[in-house]
Design a protein around this ligand. Structure first.
Ligand code: MG
Length: 405
């Protein structure tokens, strides 16, 4: 077989849902053979574009598209300092595009290249939220009617009261700056009551999830995890920040709540000890933030050895190409747990032809070779880069102390 080489690498920013997505296209020496990948780090999207256009592209032009592992390893080392989200996302765009090309050359969807299907459909969960019980209930009811069986339940977004009435009632010092304020103990009390309500309203068949979003102190998160035990969660997410991974030992020793962790991971050092010690139950990495499908396949296999299942991050700040790429892994790995999912809207389907379909709570992939989703460049231009609202990232405790979002 003749060697196929990388002829061009193009980077695009498009925002069909109002969220900037970074997409990479690799053109090859074979006319018409191209690959697509997701490099979306929406909060620093311009930096990722520079990393690809100015650094990865000059290094990779002319390389053999077959050698994905060699390209990944050499590109990861190419800035000496590594494992940061900008380089990882840039690398993911290239990596996923190369896997897309390999699938197209093989005439196989990626899940076939990865060993074939372990299941026919991908179970997904949706997010329910609202400013009061009625709004949360309505959202859950709508999801149930659409066939979903797993729902992440919140009220007032992360921290429980960012936009709710508690915000104005909060006892704050004079002159405190603007921000997304929350009260950790108020949040803990409100979530326990919310879950009492939801279990009373919807019973026990529905699988419930909740995301602490690293908003509690060490001792409070342990107390909260114990308080949530009666509601039999599918999992409790991001109980702590990645910087405090050692404390998962105490959570594991003192509570039976299934623990999901990892959407903020960018470095293998952050997950290795927690997986080896089986401190967590679900691995939640955002695949482009760890460098794409090449490291994600290894991570999934590593987790499988320790009985840890996957629950890859799947919000709207992920292009449909990246979402579908990780869904090929979801289909092909034995230790799949659940997939977070925000349904593709009409504009996303216009820009990204081939988006998978969701029916009755399961997502189904096509059998097209490669990832199976491409970007319509003309349609993408209709939804150009948009200025980002960073407001929710400026979280503060009620005394005005800035904390992680
Ligand atoms: Mg989360």
């Amino acid at each position: 077989m003749a060697t196929v080489t990388i002829q061009d690498i193009k980077t695009f920013v498009t925002a069909p849902k109002g969220i900037n997505l970074v997409v990479v296209k690799i053109e090859t020496s074979t006319p018409g053979l191209v690959g697509w990948g997701c490099a979306t780090f929406t909060w620093r999207c311009k930096a990722v574009v520079v990393a690809i256009d100015e650094y990865l592209k000059p290094m990779l032009l002319g390389r053999n598209v077959a050698n994905i592992e060699d390209i990944w390893q050499s590109a990861m080392g190419s800035s000496y300092w590594r494992n940061g989200p900008v380089l990882n996302n840039a690398l993911s765009g290239v990596d996923e595009a190369l896997w897309d090309i390999k699938g197209k050359m093989a005439g196989m969807p990626l899940y076939d290249l990865f060993g074939g299907k372990c299941r026919e459909g991908i179970a997904v969960y949706r997010h329910a939220d609202g400013s009061c019980y009625e709004e949360v209930d309505d959202q859950i009811r709508a999801y149930l009617q659409e066939g979903y069986r797993y729902v992440r339940v919140h009220m007032g977004t992360y921290g429980g009261n960012m936009y709710g009435e508690n915000n104005s009632q909060m006892h704050r010092p004079e002159g405190c700056p603007a921000g997304a304020y929350y009260d950790p103990h108020g949040y803990m009390r409100s979530v326990v009551k919310l879950f009492e309500h939801v279990r009373g309203e919807f019973g026990w068949e529905l699988e419930l999830l909740h995301d602490i979003h690293e908003r509690l102190s060490l001792a409070d998160t342990l107390t909260f995890a114990k308080e949530m035990e009666p509601f039999k969660l599918f999992f409790l997410e991001d109980a702590l920040p990645p910087e405090q991974m050692d404390y998962f030992r105490y959570l594991r020793e003192q509570t039976g709540v299934p623990l999901a962790m990892g959407e903020l991971f960018t470095n293998p050092a952050e997950w290795r000890t927690a997986v080896q010690n089986q401190w967590i139950d679900f691995m939640r990495v955002h695949i482009s933030d760890i460098g794409g499908l090449t490291p994600a396949r290894k991570l999934a296999a590593f987790c499988d050895s320790y009985g840890v299942r996957t629950a890859f991050h799947g919000p709207s700040d992920l292009s449909p190409i990246g979402m579908t790429a990780q869904m090929h892994l979801d289909l092909a790995i034995p230790n799949f747990g659940i997939q977070e999912f925000s349904e593709f809207d009409e504009k996303e389907r216009e820009v990204f032809p081939g988006c998978p379909v969701c029916r009755d709570g399961y997502v189904y992939l096509s059998d097209k070779p490669g990832i199976g989703v491409e970007m319509d460049e003309a349609a993408a231009k209709k939804y150009p880069y948009t200025e980002t609202d960073f407001g929710w990232l400026f979280s503060r405790l009620k005394d005005g102390t800035a904390v992680r979002p």
